[in-house]
Each structure stands twice: as structure tokens, then as C-alpha cells.
Design a protein around this ligand. Structure first.
Ligand SMILES: *[C@@H]1O[C@H](CO)[C@@H](O)[C@H](O)[C@H]1NC(C)=O
Ligand SMILES: *[C@@H]1O[C@H](CO)[C@@H](O)[C@H](O)[C@H]1NC(C)=O
Ligand SMILES: *[C@@H]1O[C@H](CO)[C@@H](O)[C@H](O)[C@H]1NC(C)=O
Length: 176
């Protein structure tokens, strides 16, 4: 009696172990790089719109309180004319009153290449004047289900007059 209980406990443990194993064994690791183009200039062709700002009585050098919505191209290479892989859709908010720090909340929605139809969700701080910034990837869809990871941002090009910028995103993910 006692030994059959022990056996059934062991069987249960083995079943639990077997059920738990595939999740970690099946986990994939993906590294990708895209170039994010903040297209502020260009009038009707702009892909950035400012939707809110702080009242002038609260104006700060960092633009604290400004909210922008983006639908920016993500390309394979640094040139805006290179292959379009996806869109960065979301918002960024100037969230630092004393220093330049953006809160970014974006979906990278892939429209071509190996990740077409999938997306990843990025939310994090971007101290845009630093050489390298890091933000978490908090989830994903399609082949990036259960994604988590991080991305590192490096400004590739910036036009201080227009605000147009190209930023390299190196993304490191673990996912199903
Ligand atoms: C915004 O400006 C108002 C009026 O000058 C002031 O009372 C308030 O403290 C300011 N808020 C911030 C966050 O600086
Ligand atoms: C981007 O590509 C276009 C067209 O191929 C080319 O005219 C332009 O010089 C390129 N720009 C850069 C910065 O390489
Ligand atoms: C990307 O996927 C969509 C939806 O499945 C499809 O309509 C489209 O043709 C694909 N694009 C490319 C370039 O493969």
C-alpha cells in the first residue's frame, strides 16, 4: 500500500516534469536588428504627430509633458530607402522634467521578411542624449508569443533642425 502510494507520487512527479520540460526546451532565442526612422519633417508625409504638450507656464528645456504618436518605418539597413520590414506604432512622451528622458511605448509590427505578421511590444525609458539606451521588450504576437528581452538603441543619424532621426535597434529576444 505504502509503496504503491510512493509509486503514484513518483509517477505524478515524472508527469509534472515531462509537462514542464517542453516549455523551456522549446524556447527560442532571436537576435534582430532594425533601423527606426523618426520622420518628423515632410508635412503630409511626416510619420510623427504631436498630440499634446504642457501649458506654456510649465514649459521646460526637456519639453516635459509633450506627447507624440508615431507610425515610423523600420528598415533592414540604415537608409530610409532600404527594405521596409515593419512599422513602429505607438507613442513617446517627454517624461523627464530635469533631464531628457522619453517614455516609449511601441509595437514593432512586421510587414515583410521572416517576421511578417508578428509583432513585439516595447515599453521603457529612452534617455535620448546617451550613446546607448536600453529598453525592455515585454511581449509579442505570432512567432514572438511569450517574448521577453531587451533592445539597445544607438542613434545613427540625427538632424537637429528637423528632428528627423535614424536609430539602430539591436533586439535580443527569448520566446516560444
Ligand atoms: C505648472 O505651472 C503652474 C502655474 O505656473 C504651477 O502652479 C505648477 O506648479 C506647474 N507644474 C509643474 C509640474 O511644474
Ligand atoms: C540612400 O539611398 C538613396 C537611393 O538609393 C541614395 O540616393 C542616398 O544617397 C542614400 N543615402 C545614404 C545616407 O546613404
Ligand atoms: C505579409 O503577410 C501578409 C499577411 O499574411 C501578406 O498579405 C503579405 O503579402 C506578406 N508580405 C510579404 C512581403 O510577404
Amino acid at each position: 500500500m505504502a509503496s504503491s502510494t510512493a509509486l503514484s507520487c513518483l509517477a505524478t512527479l515524472l508527469l509534472l516534469a515531462a509537462a514542464a520540460a517542453p516549455a523551456s526546451a522549446a524556447e527560442k532565442e532571436t537576435r534582430l536588428r532594425v533601423y527606426w526612422h523618426d520622420v518628423v519633417s515632410g508635412g503630409p508625409n511626416a510619420r510623427v504627430v504631436q498630440v499634446a504638450q504642457a501649458p506654456s507656464s510649465n514649459a521646460s528645456a526637456t519639453g516635459f509633458g509633450t506627447v507624440l504618436v508615431i507610425d515610423d518605418p523600420l528598415t533592414e539597413g540604415p537608409n530610409l530607402t532600404s527594405r521596409l520590414l515593419g512599422r513602429a506604432q505607438g507613442i513617446y512622451v517627454s517624461a523627464g522634467k530635469d533631464s531628457l528622458s522619453l517614455l516609449m511605448a511601441m509595437n514593432f509590427v512586421f510587414v515583410d521578411g521572416a517576421y511578417n505578421g508578428s509583432s513585439i511590444a516595447i515599453i521603457g525609458p529612452n534617455q535620448a542624449d546617451r550613446a546607448v539606451r536600453e529598453m525592455p521588450v515585454v511581449g509579442g504576437t505570432g512567432i514572438f508569443r511569450f517574448a521577453r528581452g531587451y533592445c539597445q538603441l544607438r542613434t545613427h543619424w540625427f538632424d537637429a533642425k528637423t528632428g528627423d532621426a535614424t536609430v539602430e535597434y539591436k533586439i535580443h529576444l527569448r520566446h516560444d
